[in-house]
Design a protein around this ligand. Structure first.
Ligand code: FES
Length: 312
C-alpha cells in the first residue's frame, strides 16, 4: 500500500518501510487488505480493533478508503543518512546525470524540489538538487554541470564509476510545490536549475494534476537545453503540458511580458543567482503577486545541506 501511494504522488508518512518503526500506520475505513510482508512492529490490541495496519506491510485486496497521515511540509520529513550506489552515469557535453540506487528497504524520503548531500568519500561531498520524483525514493537522479568545477564535480566527470558506494544525507530545502493550489504552474529553469524543476514536474504529473503546466527553459541562442527530448516527451504525452525553449539574452530583459504564459499562475524559478533576482523583479513588474513566485535558493540549500539542517 505504501509503495502504491508513493507511486501515485501521495506522501504517506513512513519511516523504515520494512515493518519495524510503526510510522506508516493507517486506518482502514473501507475495504480489505492482506498482510504481504512480515513486520517486527507489534500493533496493540486497541490499534487492531481500530482497524490500523502498517501501510508498508499490507496489500489491497479491494478498493480502499483509508485515513492516513501525509507529509505535506518539509518539517515533516526528517533528515536521513542512507547508503547508496551509483547505478549509472550519463555524461554529455558539460552535464552529467547520475543515477543513484538505495536498497529497496531504505528509500530516501523527500519532497519534490529538495536537495541532498552526496559524499563520494570522507573528504569529497557536495549538495545536489534531487532531479527525480519522490514517488520512487530508491532510484534517485542528480544532475551536475561541469562548471564551476568543484572537487566533487571534477571527480564526477573524471573518475566516478558505476557501482561506487556513496553516502546520502538529506533532504533539505523548501523549493516544493504548493499542493493546495489549483492555479496553472509555470516552471522556469536554466542550466542544472532544471534538476529540481524536473522533480517538481514529475511529482505534479504523478499526482495527475489537470491544470495547465508550462516549462520555459532559458538557454543560449544556438544551444539546446540538455534533456530537451525528455521535456518534449512530456509535451507529447500530456494535453496540459507546454514546453518552450527561450533564448536567453546576455543583458536586458530575460523574459518579455508576452512570453509569460499566464500571469495568474504559480511561478517556480530555478536560475543562476546572477539572473534569478532580475527575473523575479520582471515577474513582479508584470503583475505577478509576490507570494506566487517561488525561487530555488540554491546557495542557501547548499550550505545548509552540508550541515544537514533545514534552511530558516
Ligand atoms: S514505515 Fe516503518 S513500519 Fe512501515
Amino acid at each position: 500500500m505504501l509503495e502504491s501511494a508513493l507511486r501515485c504522488g501521495v506522501n504517506l508518512d513512513f519511516g523504515c518501510s520494512n515493518g519495524s518503526c510503526g510510522q506508516c500506520k493507517v486506518k482502514i475505513l473501507r475495504g480489505q487488505v492482506k498482510q504481504s510482508r512480515h513486520s517486527d512492529y507489534v500493533l496493540s490490541e486497541q490499534e487492531l480493533q481500530d482497524q490500523l495496519v502498517l501501510a508498508c506491510c499490507v496489500s489491497a485486496e479491494s478498493d480502499l478508503l483509508v485515513a492516513a497521515r501525509e507529509a505535506g511540509h518539509v518539517d515533516q520529513v526528517q533528515i536521513q543518512s542512507i547508503n547508496a550506489k551509483v547505478a549509472c552515469i550519463e555524461i554529455s557535453d558539460d552535464i552529467a546525470i547520475i543515477h543513484l540506487r538505495t536498497a529497496r528497504s531504505t528509500p530516501l524520503r523527500f519532497l519534490a524540489g529538495q536537495y541532498l548531500n552526496v559524499a563520494f568519500s570522507n573528504e569529497l561531498d557536495q549538495c545536489f538538487a534531487i532531479a527525480s520524483c519522490p514517488c520512487d525514493g530508491s532510484h534517485l537522479r542528480i544532475h551536475a554541470a561541469r562548471y564551476p568545477q568543484t572537487p566533487a564535480v571534477a571527480h564526477i566527470f573524471s573518475s566516478l564509476k558505476k557501482n561506487t558506494a556513496v553516502k546520502l544525507r538529506g533532504p533539505v530545502g523548501k523549493f516544493t510545490l504548493h499542493e493546495v493550489s489549483c492555479r496553472p504552474l509555470v516552471f522556469i529553469a536554466a542550466g542544472v536549475g532544471f534538476a529540481p524543476i524536473a522533480s517538481l514536474i514529475e511529482h505534479a504529473i504523478s499526482l495527475e494534476w489537470s491544470q495547465a503546466i508550462y516549462l520555459l527553459r532559458l538557454c543560449g541562442k544556438a544551444e539546446t537545453p540538455y534533456l530537451s527530448n525528455y521535456c518534449r516527451s512530456w509535451q507529447d504525452a500530456l494535453d496540459n503540458f507546454t514546453y518552450q525553449k527561450i533564448d536567453a539574452l546576455p543583458s536586458g530583459r530575460i523574459l518579455q511580458k508576452a512570453e509569460l504564459p499566464d500571469t495568474e499562475a504559480d511561478y517556480y524559478v530555478a536560475l543562476p543567482s546572477a539572473i534569478q533576482s532580475r527575473l523575479r523583479q520582471e515577474l513582479l513588474e508584470a503583475g505577478i503577486q509576490q507570494e506566487r513566485i517561488k525561487v530555488d535558493d540554491e546557495g542557501v540549500y547548499r550550505s545548509q545541506c552540508h550541515a544537514g539542517k533545514q534552511p530558516e
